[in-house]
Structure formats: C-alpha cells, structure tokens
Design a protein around this ligand. Sequence first.
Ligand SMILES: Cc1ncc(COP(=O)(O)OP(=O)(O)O)c(N)n1
Ligand SMILES: Cc1ncsc1CCOP(=O)(O)O
Ligand SMILES: [Mg+2]
Length: 584
Amino acid sequence: MPKIKIRKMKSHEIRPNTRTRGLSTSKSFFRLSRMAYFCTQVLSTSFFTPKPQIPVLLNPGVACIKSFHQYRFLHIKAMQDDKVSTPTPSDECMVRVPHVLTVAGSDSGAGAGIQADLKACAARGVYCSTVITAVTAQNTVGVQGVNIVPEDFVAEQLRSVLSDMHPDVVKTGMLPSIGIVKTLCQSLKEFPVQALVVDPVMVSTSGHTLAGPSILDSFREELLPMADIVTPNLKEASALLGGVPLETIADMRYAAKAIHDIGPRNVLVKGGDLPASVDAVDVFYDGKDFYEFRSSRIMTPNTHGTGCTLASSVAAELAKGSQMLSAVKVAKHYIEAALSYSKNIAIGGGRQGPVDHLLKLKSNVQRRSFDPCDLFLYAVTDSRMNKRWGRSIVDAVKAAIEGGATIIQLREKEVETSDFLEAAKACLKICRVHGVPLLINDRIDVALASDADGVHIGQSDMPAHVARALLGPDKIIGVSCKTPEHALQAWIDGADYIGSGGVYPTNTKENNKTIGLDGLKTVCLSSKLPVVAIGGIGISNVQAVMGLGVPNLKGVAVVSALFDRECVLTETRKLLEVLKESTK
Ligand SMILES: Cc1ncc(COP(=O)(O)OP(=O)(O)O)c(N)n1
Ligand SMILES: Cc1ncsc1CCOP(=O)(O)O
Ligand SMILES: [Mg+2]
C-alpha cells in the first residue's frame, strides 16, 4: 500500500490551485487533502500549538497531520513505498495530541472512575492515560467491594506515565489513602504538568465511602493548593469545610470562596443535589468573580459518573488549550448533552444507571474550538449584492478568505433552502481547507444539514439556548445584542460571542436601530462574551470602532464594504490592512 506522508505547510507556501510535490494536478491535491482532512477527523488531535511529539497510530501506511492554528494548509506527498516505517520523534508526519492523565479508581460498572474518564476524554477528542488507585467492584445497585492499590505501585504507575508521556493535564478522582495523596503530590512536584483538575471524590453516588475523612487534611494541606480547579459536589464541599450545611445558592457561593481560600485557583461547586432548586445550578469562582451555570434538570436515573465525566471534560478542554472558564462551559454543555442522550438507556437492574458518554453523542469534537480572535475580520455575505456583481456565493467566500477574512457568515435571506444548503456545503469545503470557521445566519436547519461550524442568530430568531440544545456543545453560536441585558442573556444561553450594532446607519438591514459607538462600548464593557461590531463599518470608520480599545471587542463584521464592491479580494485585503493598523 502506498504511504502518504503529510507535512505541515505554512500559508505562504501554497495557494489552493498550486501544484504540490508528488502530485500532478490540483484536482489530485484537493482529493488527497480531503482524504487527509478525513483522516484528521478520525484522529483525535489538537489544533493548538504543537508541543513535543508522540506517535499517532493510523491505518496502515497513512499518516496525517492537522495543525490549523499556525499552519493553515496541508501539503501532501504521496510516496511510492509500501513499507510502513515506525514513526520517530523527528518524523515530520508526527503530531502531538492533547493528553490527560487520570489518577482515579476503576469502576467495574464503567459509568464512573477511570472508565468514565477514558470515555469522556475520547468523546472530547483527547488522549487519556491512567493511573489506577483502587479497583472497585460496583454496578448499578452499589459498591460491593474496594481493593486499594498499594501506594508504591501507584507511585510506579505515576512515574511510568509522567516521566515518558508528558501529559498536559492531570485529573484526579478517587484517592483512597493519605499515602496515595502524598505520592501524587510528590510526583507532580517532580514532573510538573500544565494543569491539575481535582475532583475530590469522597462518597459514591450510591452512598459508599470512597475516601474517608482522614484524607481531608491531606486534601486541604497538600493537594488543593496545587490544583488549578477543584470540583466538589455539595457533600464534598461541605466535608472540605468541616461539615457546614450547604442548602442554597448563597451557601454554594460561600463554599466556593471558602474552598478557594484553601488554595486552588478555581472552584466549581456542583449543585446537582441542591434540594430547593428546579434547575441544576453550579457555582464557579475564580478568586475574583462568581459565575452561575444553570441548566434545566434532566430527569433520568442514568447519572452515575457525572462528576468524573465533568472533571475529565474540563481537563480535556484545558489540555486542548482552552481558558478555565470556557473549559468549564464546554464541559457543562457536554455533560448536559450526555445526560440527555442517557435518558432512556437501560443498563443493569439497580436504581442508578451510567451516563452515556459516547453512544449517540454525535459531535464533531476534532475541530478546533472557537477562538475569539476568529472575529477579527468577519465577512457576512449577501446574495443580492453578489447577484448584482455577477458572482456566486462560493466565489464571494473564496475571495473574502483569500483577502484575509477570519470567519465567514452566510446571510442569504433570499435564497431557496436547497440552494442555500448546496452553497453552504460548497463554502464549507473551502473554509475547512483554510481553517476558517463558517457560520450560517438564522437557519439552524441549514447549519445542521451542512455541518457548518455554527450559527448567528438575532433577538427575533430561535432563542440561543434552544439553538445550543439543537447544535450540541461544539458548534459556535453568535447572538445579536444591542444592550447589556441582551448580552447577559446570550451568555446565560450558552452563546460563544455576540454581534453588536448597528454601530453606524446601514442600508443592508432595514429598520435597524443604530446604537453608535457609545452603545457599542456599553455592550462591550458589560459583556462576558467576546464582541464583534457590525453595521455600516468600512475602511473609513474601522479605526474609530477598534479605537474604542475595549478588551472584549475582537473585530468587525462587514457586509457591503466587502461584497457590494467590484473586487471582494481587494476590498478585504484593504480592510484587513486598516484593521491591523488600528489594533497596533
Ligand atoms: C455578526 C453579526 N452580528 C449581527 C447580525 C445580525 O443578526 P440579526 O439581528 O439576526 O439580523 P439578520 O442578520 O438576521 O438580519 C449578524 N447577522 N451578524
Ligand atoms: C446584519 C446587520 N445587523 C446589524 S447591522 C447589519 C448590516 C451590516 O451590513 P453592512 O456592513 O453592509 O452595514
Ligand atoms: Mg437573524
């Protein structure tokens, strides 16, 4: 079988129609690049900054790489060689995958513990290695037995993984003895990692003690001060604080702050067991601000493993390079989706079944997650304008990307659904090749059918929380906001960014109230989400907009200044230059 070798290529090295070494036509290039893209979808690899390299196992003879963060293009070299050579660290076909090490107990029922961590990391597209601290015999009825792994053998497992495989993030679960806690802390000092996620497992959901009160002191004195985040449920938070009752959201805030004082950099107190609450509310505290994560309670008996799964997904997002708050947010979306998919599965005869980590959870996790910098030069198409200038949507999108647009939105108000879908699919191919996200305006159905990267919705479109439920945790959702109240709601609803405007009067959108620079500034200052400005923006005023200098304002969204012009490529390039100048 021929071996296909792919190397990272810098954007200046290639244009879409360029012939590539080893391939005779640009058609072959695209065929192979699509194949390579498919391979990269199969592999769970990171879009983030390449780190030290480890081997990736592939179908025989096929090696792929994906790193759209720094290198936007794939360059494929077909090699007429049917021997499969063992990849070495210097081999250019290697790619570093984000890696979580879980230090936890095995759950024979596989809903929680090591097994949950493995599945959650796999579902989130991250490699997971394991250090087993205890072997439990458990099922949906309860815990029938616990066998603690000797401390020195936990130490040996830790050394094996940490000294060789260099995980990005360590996540802890069941730590059943003081000696194991101490061993872990010692190992982390010897082999530091980027982040430590501590799920202070103490009692199983069936009520069995997994780490006794004697462990609490070593948690407080040694482990928590090293943690980047600790994720107790109400019982665990109460135990960490000497048994204080926690019954309200105000109590959870108090607990989050008090646990933060022990030393972890962030605290997520999970309120799933809060007696008085209809919604599931978790409280996050980063030492400065409190955030409440609220979601409607999913009525299912299949909740065994939610704690482990949430902590592992936070770890997975951190390993991919996310900031803490967005890691928690994405992990919450994931666990909600997993719980909702778990609703009706029947496994075991006990009262509590396992969370369904993977089954039916159809999400495109390999794609790079949303980066607010994507909003820098946001090109929004308009079919009337493109028609007027005699070009197709696809040609318009190609030109905008070539000119430097960092994200594309198809805003096609007058196109038939079937034509819209075809255009979306065609644009998506181009966007994927260039690592540029593609969003669909208004039409969640078209976004779903085309597998676009997300949607942009307005105040009179489908509510963002409904869009989030339909699209799942990985798609990008943008919401139009004219006021701080809109912006707050968008954040609560699970949006990723907001579009704010019209900043200046525009002919593109009828009856659209103009908010001016002052209105934009007010929204930006209040928003917890990144903001893109829209409405009447072009070369003449982009400096005034970006000159507001508010940190949340990440870029400008533009329709007519790019598409109501003869040459989209030239206009995009010109606007990009001015935009860059204005943010220097
Ligand atoms: C980036 C961005 N911001 C705002 C809008 C406007 O969306 P909406 O308010 O839904 O109005 P329509 O675009 O649907 O007319 C947008 N499209 N993009
Ligand atoms: C879609 C939209 N939402 C608020 S203003 C606007 C139109 C922006 O178009 P233009 O960039 O041509 O002013
Ligand atoms: Mg709309």
